[in-house]
Ligand binder design. Sequence first.
Ligand code: PAN
Ligand code: ZN
Length: 183
Amino acid sequence: MDPFSTVLDLRSGALDPVHKVTERRLGDLDGLFQAPVGDPERLAYRVLEIPAPHDNANLPSSTTILEPGRVGEEFFMTKGHFHANRDRAEIYLTLAGEGRLLMATEDGRAHVEEMRPGTVNYVPGHWAHRSVNVGDEPLVFYAVYPGDAGYDYGTIEERGFPALIVAGSDGPRVVPNPRYGAS
Ligand code: PAN
Ligand code: ZN
């Protein structure tokens, strides 16, 4: 393939050119929150991709624009996934907003990192990852991952994450997920 460039708007996360946009609405996230999602048509996030071949020699990347909002006590969040090839790592660079990166291993360890403009989060292989918008503005981040990482959404859909991030009177709180492991 030939070299190429893309312009990334550092505030909005917009890409020019953009090749693929995936929209996730609350209806796509039904069952992932503790409470019912409400309006299924409401936009939760968009993923804009810079494609690259799906092999371990290449590095696709994407921006995610995650809207602010809540479902019950929980903040808007991504579906979350393990990589289908479990040992594949990923880097997230936050561009705008305030978030938390919730990660978990298959044996139930949880880990939370902050996401703010300039934060570079390293997600090692074998850690499922979900981003959570705990602020009032869109959370925008740029992610780079191996081309053969792939997505396993099913494990999280069945088991959930061991922890939840909920709104508390003093700000976001990390609490155990009472439904973790239930299928
Ligand atoms: C990210 C995510 C993106 C959307 O690009 O795919 O933020 O989250 P979900 O894929 O969980 O809906 C990434 O982690 N890629 O591997
Ligand atoms: Zn990933």
